[in-house]
Design a protein around this ligand. Structure first.
Ligand code: PLP
Length: 458
């Protein structure tokens, strides 16, 4: 046993704990961070250093750490009914949470199937779409279409939907019937409706090549995280809706990151001009206090499936766990009481202005993309001179320059090298103007270190 000594704990972790998506050499290093406490927008590491969490854990802790209301709701529910399955019976907390979601989800998306993570939510959506068409007379519709660079999770179905070859290769063969089309990077920041229409035409052609009659489901994120907060232009989502309607394809908005206020709405896809057939969520649904994810579907889809099939042939022991669904309800209640959505909407332009100021001030920043409290800065060697970073330079920056600068400034953001060189920023939604200012000040120092490294190259 490691006892309470943190050095012992670290050694024990190296021996016993298998980390997620962590490079072996980092895990073995003496200085990998261990987070031991959290309060508000800050976490404390094992050396007693407070770090400003500019990533909300991993896009999870929307209402911040250490909240008595969420802790109290979970504890009360554990005492009253610590567990009940959602098979052939129900319990009040899952029912209340599903009713609450129906009231905040767009249009007739009124039915929720609860799971425990974003991957499981995507998995459930894939299975729902396939069984829907199997049961309702179009069994040939099996194909699932997602966009290049997209991350939709790690279970075998969600990983098949994911379009990042590096994390798929070790697990091949993956599932049959998954294809990827262009993401919205080419039209990100574009305002000319003609160019957007041209892009949508291109997407339609990609779908025609795949045979639209074979496609069950198109999955897209309102803002694509992987690739660096790729925000779509106005008219993009209504275009996706139009294409799906034309060919009878179901449309899923994967709001695992963008849901629960991150872009200033409970679900952001409606603001983008479309009502999807399904929404997946997780992460911020409970502000990360307990694991919970889910799939919300339109009334008519659920009714048709249940009319045509003996059951939705999917489920899990912990799906709709009473404690997790109780925390979701408490989280949604607190978001309403504290007017979190209007706060994000109000602060996003201030936040964007500050980030744009950093872009201007640092030659290493080539682009700023995103919305709400989800942003990415794309790095270059010298944006003014149009010089890009080479792969070894990206390795230096991500392996050394950024980790050291973030450690020094006490800031947590996400260096992300999938599809470029990005710094992803997603603070808790309770961050006020002062905390956002602090975040940008620390980021300023971090970017100065990257500038310095880039200057040293010439
Ligand atoms: C858009 C999206 N979908 C699905 C997932 C998978 O969620 P989880 O890690 O909870 O399985 C993620 C995770 O980051 C995500 O960003």
């Amino acid at each position: 046993m490691s006892g309470n000594n943190l050095e012992d704990l670290r050694a024990s972790a190296n021996k016993h704990l298998i980390p997620h998506f962590t490079k072996s050499k980092d895990w073995d290093a003496k200085n990998w961070p261990m987070i031991v406490e959290g309060e508000g927008c800050y976490v404390v590491d094992d050396r007693g250093r407070r770090r400003l969490d500019g990533l909300s854990g991993l896009f999870c802790v929307n209402l911040g750490y250490g909240r008595e209301d969420l802790v109290g709701a979970a504890a009360r529910q554990m005492k009253k009914l610590s567990f009940a399955p959602n098979w052939n019976e129900a319990h009040p907390s899952a029912i209340e949470a599903s009713e609450m979601l129906a009231s905040v989800a767009p249009a007739d998306l009124n039915r929720t199937f609860f799971v425990n993570s974003g991957s499981e939510a995507v998995e459930a959506a894939i299975k729902f779409a396939r069984q829907f068409f199997y049961a309702t007379g179009q069994p040939w519709r099996r194909r699932i279409v997602t966009r290049h660079l997209a991350y939709h999770g790690t279970t075998m179905g969600a990983l098949s939907a994911t379009a990042l070859p590096k994390i798929k290769r070790p697990f091949e063969p993956l599932l049959d019937g998954f294809s990827h089309i262009s993401n919205s990077r080419a039209v990100s920041g574009i305002e000319d409706p003609r160019l957007i229409e041209e892009h949508l035409k291109l997407l339609e052609e990609e779908i025609i090549v795949l045979d639209p009659n074979s496609i069950a489901l198109l999955i897209a994120e309102p803002i694509q995280n992987s690739g660096g907060a790729i925000a779509p232009p106005a008219g993009y989502w209504s275009g996706l809706r139009r294409i799906c309607d034309k060919y009878g394809i179901l449309l899923l908005a994967d709001e695992v990151i963008t849901g629960f206020g991150r872009l200033g709405s409970f679900f952001s896809v409606e603001d983008m001009g479309a009502v999807p057939d399904m929404i997946t969520f997780a992460k911020g649904a409970t502000s990360g206090y307990v694991p919970l994810g889910g799939l919300i579907v339109r009334d008519s889809l659920a009714s048709q499936l249940y009319a045509a099939a003996p059951s939705f042939a999917h489920g899990s022991t912990f799906g709709a766990h009473p404690v997790a669904t109780t925390v979701l309800a408490a989280n949604v209640t607190a978001m309403a009481e504290e007017e979190i959505l209007s706060s994000v909407k109000h602060l996003q332009s201030i936040f964007e202005k500050e980030l744009a100021r950093l872009q201007k001030a640092h030659r290493c920043v080539a682009d700023l993309r995103g919305g709400g409290f989800l942003w990415a800065l794309e790095l270059a060697r010298d944006a003014d001179a149009g010089l890009e970073l080479s792969p070894p330079q990206i390795e230096d920056i991500f392996g050394k320059v950024l980790p050291e600068a973030l450690e020094e400034t006490g800031l947590i953001v996400r260096p992300d090298d999938r599809g470029g060189a990005m710094i992803v920023i997603a603070p808790p939604l309770v961050a006020d103007e002062e905390i956002l200012g602090q975040l940008c000040d620390r980021l300023d120092t971090v970017l100065a270190r990257v500038d310095h490294y880039c200057e040293s190259l010439s």
